[in-house]
Design a protein around this ligand. Sequence first.
Ligand code: GLP
Length: 245
Amino acid sequence: MAKLISLENENNVYEYASNIIIDAIKNFTPTPQKPYLVLGLPTGSTPIGVYKKIIEAYKNNEISFDNVVTFNMDEYIGLDDNHLQSYHYFMYDNFFKHIDIDLSRVHILNGMAQNLEKECNDYEEKIKSFGGIDIQLGGIGQNAHIAFNEPGTSFDSLTHVQDLTQNTIDANSRFFDDISEVPTKALTIGLKTIYNAKMVLILALGNKKADAIHKATNNPASTDCPASILQTHPNAYFICDKEAC
Ligand code: GLP
């Protein structure tokens, strides 16, 4: 059963989520069978505060990323790695360039791949080859999408090509000069990929996310509300500030 964690403010949300990740990195002991802790990582404005706190812990010599592998949730189709709004650029700029992770252990879907289907299948296989995702961090869209799984996406979905809804395109247009520049398609890990993670942390801040959190946690689970798939997950948390609750 997913748990709703209601906290006073956004800093509490950043602290709560970052502490779980920092502790997991600290406590991880590599073995030949499990050499790496596998983190699933998001973009969006919400996780930036969490990244800042993890970077702080790294800079204070509390943690190292020697035994960490990462898989990002999603990427736009058609933006190259250097595009300021690509998720490749976002991750490097907000997180990876500040920590000691070996970039060969960072995985982000390639939205410029010639064969997008193969890119998705290979990504899913790669996640499996590391034994699955240990901690999946994520934000939530106003329509309750997680990663880029829009309403209507099957709960059985694995990594796939996703058409973005107008609601998501409108919400994400704030990062682009003009709405016509916002990609209309993305690659995303599926709802099942997220569900298969051993632990899932979904962050939500502000009243714009209140409706999504309400539907995800109170209404019967339905593909109309992608995040509601987590209701039956044994170790999933919606970590919210007061407004989002
Ligand atoms: C995008 C991302 C999602 C993210 C959502 C919300 O659509 N693909 O992973 O959860 O934005 O972003 P924000 O945290 O900026 O509200």
